[in-house]
Design a protein around this ligand. Sequence first.
Ligand code: UD1
Length: 361
Amino acid sequence: MKIITIVGARPQFVKAAMVSKAIQSKANLNEVLVHTGQHYDDYMSKQFFHDLEIRTPDYNLAVGSASHPKQTSKILETLEPILTKEKPDWVIVFGDTNSTLAGALAASQMNIPIAHVEAGLRSYNRSMPEERNRVIADHLASVLFAPTLEAVNNLKREGIEGENVQLVGDVMYDAVLFYSAKSDNRMDVLRRLSLSSSNYLLATVHRAENTDNLEKLSGIFEGLIKISKIMPVVIPLHPRTRKALQNADLLEMVENNLVVISPVGYLEMVILTKNAHAVATDSGGLQKEAYFFQKLCLTLREETEWVELIELGVNTLVGSDSTMIFNAFNSPGQEIQVKQGIYGDGDSAAKIVKHLLKYSS
Ligand code: UD1
């Protein structure tokens, strides 16, 4: 059975690393790896392939940055000849990026069954490109691998249920378990940045809804700067956010107060998360990684797809209001215990592959 795996952005490299390992362990599965090139800078792409030990992609579409419609259509167009040539039995797409959307559309238009990994997540905020992308991918997919019970229920509400929805757990949990020990030889990142364990806040900001809205962008950074008076704040700065801060004339002030660094690879990010006092982020993946490493998370958004974390009280939605951000950071912390099973048992990738094998003739 031939599977085409489509990746393009950082979180997909992490998810695909685990699924590809599981595919490679089966002699009767043949995987063709396609990188759309949505993320292309060495520190956004190559470093992840290196850290996660993912083989060189069979195809790199090198689409680069562009508006959502242009990026999506470029991927669609360049995928067609590859799908025609390779004739896969399945296409696997991950998450909610433009690469997910374009991969799903291309496969669907060519009548190739789609497996969607991380299906069923909803923020119920259609102004987010990610929400639109994941809804469409879910509705085009033949098999939907849901990470949580909440995701299964979301799909049910949209009329998607039955054998084609599989609750397998979260492949990002598999990844944390697999790579955590491997990250230990990257501990020097803390020394390099003069950070001491449990005594800094790790922050990331990259969502368009935050970077492209000046009020939100300044509110978030004002909040982080307030925190930096109490504890160092380290922020691996996404290129989109750097540009937005530059355009708003805020970059210098941010650099004067926070420990601003370039985006880091997966293993250094694991070290920075594992050793942080707490995390503040608008990323979906990092909210869970914080939890896996028992860190309190301030989510710099109005809503989250990972509602279980809110219910557990380990994640607080603070939006972009500087006072809310600071107060949530300053409120007494609690001991975080990882509750067994809510994100699976660390064998999600194996479950995905086992299920796909049921379709092999
Ligand atoms: C994308 C995903 C988002 C995911 C994120 C992970 C979509 C709609 N969004 O957002 O869901 O959480 O990846 O990081 O697909 N850029 C560079 N170098 C790069 C990549 C991007 O400089 O290697 C800059 C470009 O100016 C680009 C901007 O960052 O315009 C945004 O990049 P893009 O890939 O379109 O979206 P992300 O914000 O990274």
